[in-house]
Design a protein around this ligand. Structure first.
Ligand SMILES: [Zn+2]
Length: 128
């Protein structure tokens, strides 16, 4: 399972950080999931919450996930548009290769290309 191994590498990263800072406990973790990362948010969160139990340092850690709105470049007018997913299904459709969104808000043509948004970034860690 893709999400589980990503959650595992996040835990590994946190353990490493705690070691570097001689922290005993991690309280809060803020992660950005790109809208085109292909990561299923719920599975990732679930995996993290299971795996964190294996370590004293991460047991109390609260994971906060944020997903920025997706950004597209129009291949016809070359403008950049931020188009939020209208429904939870939109994100799924994008992942499975269906053309979402349907059209450019500037020129109304339909050749839109996702711009960035494939990242998983560890933004902030609170530890003590
Ligand atoms: Zn356009």
């Amino acid at each position: 399972m893709h999400e589980l191994s990503l959650a595992q590498s996040l835990i590994d990263q946190l353990l490493e950080l705690a070691r570097e800072h001689q922290a005993e406990r991690i309280n809060r973790v803020l992660v950005t999931l790109g809208p085109f990362s292909g990561i299923v948010r719920d599975s990732f969160e679930f995996g993290f919450n299971v795996l964190k139990e294996s370590h004293d340092v991460t047991r109390k850690a609260v994971l906060e996930l944020e997903t920025p709105d997706p950004v597209y470049v129009c291949l016809d007018c070359e403008k950049v548009a931020v188009i939020p997913f209208a429904t939870p299904n939109d994100q799924m459709e994008t992942r499975s290769g269906y053309p979402y969104p349907k059209k450019c808000p500037w020129c109304c043509l339909t050749r839109l290309s996702p711009k960035g948004g494939t990242e998983l970034i560890l933004n902030q860690v609170e530890m003590e």
